[in-house]
Ligand binder design. Structure first.
Ligand SMILES: Cc1ncc(C[n+]2csc(CCOP(=O)(O)OP(=O)(O)O)c2C)c(N)n1
Ligand SMILES: [Mg+2]
Length: 329
């Protein structure tokens, strides 16, 4: 968890770093706003925030191309935003409004975008792993070079369906990158209490699968590992596991008393390993951006997020007649 901090230097351009800074900040501010709206009673049900883990999805999206797919768990707002989905549509869905991605009838865990190749948002732990494997199978069957990013947590990594998926994916060399977002906790259970095989990516070796551990708090390290994994998949040499060592700052969901860890533990990660601060430091110590430049971005992001909240408040709730539409059976 407390790995040494990466030195504040890189070969990345100002343009690239500013892009990641902006994208990670959008997720962080959006999630903070979602937390506020939840507190005000404007978001109901479950709400799992992604704060702290931003570098994982932003770094991997930087390694993706048009046509690639993504699928994840319930901790999904960051993945939606990073895939390019509209913050207004996401926030309106969280608040149960008509202009949301699922017309306000799905909420946090039930949003999809065909246009951005985002396949959810899955509330059943681990359920997205075989589904992501199936998406990759479809691409292989169709003969294109798309890759599917299948994200899941350290807790989900103990599920049987993950290993059935690994076996099939390796057997058929499917173009799937399994991204384990190891934030060290599954609700209140630390990985120390849930397994004696804590190196989760190494379990792929049992199926002949390649993989590696990555500093998930360093967007550049994530991108570099993502590029390697994606290249293997596109070359027909998939699948690939990336175990992202990351950390969530907030509770598991909005209703988490967080008695399983100390405030000091969280504070220490925030102070020494924050992914956004890391990029801010690269930008400022490398003299690639001034405080004023970064302040302008902060302002721009704040406006996007505030607008999404206003947009949602002004969007009506779904009409009662909608109770009987879009119903599967
Ligand atoms: C099959 C199943 N079992 C239990 C739950 C309850 N549950 C929801 S999230 C969660 C923990 C998952 O932790 P992890 O995979 O590490 O993901 P994280 O929440 O840390 O992102 C559990 C046990 C569930 N939703 N589905
Ligand atoms: Mg976890």
């Amino acid at each position: 968890m407390a790995k040494p901090k990466s030195p504040p230097k890189s070969n990345a351009s100002a343009e690239e770093l500013l892009k990641y800074y902006r994208e990670m900040l959008l997720i962080r501010r959006f999630e903070e706003k979602a937390g506020q709206l939840y507190g005000m009673g404007l978001i109901g049900g479950f709400c799992h925030l992604y704060i702290g883990q931003e570098a994982v999805v932003v770094g991997l999206e930087a390694a993706a191309k048009e046509g690639d797919k993504r699928i994840t768990s319930y901790r999904d707002h960051g993945h939606m935003l990073a895939s390019g989905m509209d913050p207004n549509g996401v926030m309106a869905e969280l608040t149960g409004r008509r202009d949301g991605y699922s017309k306000g009838k799905g909420g946090s865990m039930h949003m999809f975008s065909k246009e951005k190749h985002f396949y959810g948002g899955h509330g059943i732990v681990g359920a997205q792993v075989p589904l992501g494997t199936g998406l990759a199978f479809a691409d292989k069957y169709n003969g294109n070079d798309n890759v599917t990013f299948t994200y899941f947590g350290d807790g989900a990594a103990n599920q049987g369906q993950v290993y059935e998926s690994y076996n099939m994916a390796q057997l058929w060399n499917l173009p799937v990158v399994y991204v384990i977002e190891n934030n060290h906790y599954a609700m209140g259970t630390s990985t120390k209490r849930s397994t004696k095989s804590p190196s989760l990516w190494e379990r792929g070796a049992a199926y002949g699968m390649k993989g590696e551990e990555v500093d998930g708090m360093d967007v550049l390290a994530v991108k570099a590992a993502g590029e390697k994994a994606v290249a293997a998949c596109r070359a027909g040499d998939g699948p690939y596991i990336l175990e992202m060592m990351t950390y969530r700052y907030r509770g598991h969901s909005m209703s988490d008393p967080a008695k399983y860890r100390t405030r000091e533990e969280v504070q220490k990660v925030r102070e020494t390993r924050d992914p956004i601060e890391h990029v801010r430091e690269l930008l400022t110590t490398g003299k690639l951006a001034s405080d004023e430049d970064l302040k302008a971005i902060d302002k721009e992001i704040k406006a996007i997020v505030n607008d999404s909240a206003e947009f949602s408040k002004n969007s009506p709730e779904p009409d009662l007649s909608e109770l009987w539409t879009d119903v599967y059976v």
